[in-house]
Design a protein around this ligand. Sequence first.
Ligand SMILES: NC(=O)c1ccc[n+]([C@@H]2O[C@H](COP(=O)([O-])OP(=O)(O)OC[C@H]3O[C@@H](n4cnc5c(N)ncnc54)[C@H](O)[C@@H]3O)[C@@H](O)[C@H]2O)c1
Length: 341
Amino acid sequence: MANREHIKIGIIGCGEIAREFKAFFKIVKNAKFVAAADTEFKRAKRIAGKECAYTDINEMFDKEDFDVLYIATPHYLHRDHIKLAFENGKHVFCEKPAGISVEDAREIYHLDKKYPHLKLGFNYQYRYDQKCFELSNGINEGVLGDIYYANCNVYFSRDSSYFNDADWRITKKFAGGGTLITQASHIIDIMIWALGEPKTVIGKIKTIKFKNIDTEDLGFGIVEFENGVLAQINSSMIVEPPFESTKGMVELLIFGKKGRATYSGPVPSSLNWYGVKNYSPKKMYNYAPYIAGSLEAFADWILNDIPYLNTIEESSKVLRLICALYKSSETEKKELVEKLF
Ligand SMILES: NC(=O)c1ccc[n+]([C@@H]2O[C@H](COP(=O)([O-])OP(=O)(O)OC[C@H]3O[C@@H](n4cnc5c(N)ncnc54)[C@H](O)[C@@H]3O)[C@@H](O)[C@H]2O)c1
């Protein structure tokens, strides 16, 4: 598609994140959206206007001309919607996570291989935050020397409206889990990007504040990576009082032989290196920050073949780790992080 200036996107799932995306389309130059589908017509209409709104995705495939299906449906539907998109010849930009189970990730991997001419990326947008890139890149370049350990903290606050608006979020079989899979998965993706393959976990999850949900509102984990590095995860959606903005709601701290690095985010984000001299991180890209940048990068993959950073192989690592945390909490034993194969 080298001779095209933008890709055309159809959306499935017109809830909270799709509404945010509508605003991003105004600043993203290389992607335009043309149509939207949702089981609730008024949601699709709010995103795309009456003429380009659908309740039947197949009708949208038949009537609209677009290159990419952006999937923003509940987690348990990601696998089936990826399959449907590929069967209809569309590239896929899918919201995180890569399904709700390791089996989902495996099936998606096979689909990805079955349609090699179609591209599949997952919207783990922290990868398009320059600070996250500098952190991961610096660690991989050995700026901190040998890594001793890491710590990631997620401080979200939710009230009952978060679940009332979308009851799939309270149901394990639809969401796959709670705060770990929904909120922490972004920073876990960055931690994996910096530290490599996770090997074993000990997990403990609990539902403390929201009694009528069967997903966790608090999740802890200890992870051992293949390289022996230990990391601790604390993820909450019950922090009181809520943060006034998203500043500082997510942290990743990495401790090494020569110093330490502390990331705080997601928006705005900051990164500080301690004990490190003369490290000048390279600039990674010129995309817009955060979600808009992630979308631009995906479009760049389609248009100019510049690889997008979060493929099924990468996003499966997050899912496999989180599934192992859930299993460990259930078995009360240390669990292996399942391999993709
Ligand atoms: N990248 C991010 O920062 C970010 C932020 C929020 C949500 N998300 C992800 O986006 C996805 C959606 O989350 P949300 O918060 O927008 O949820 P939501 O409940 O607000 O929206 C989901 C929408 O999907 C629709 N839907 C359900 N089943 C459908 C079907 N079979 N066909 C068509 N539409 C269907 C629902 O009617 C709803 O409008 C999830 O994967 C979530 O994890 C990502």
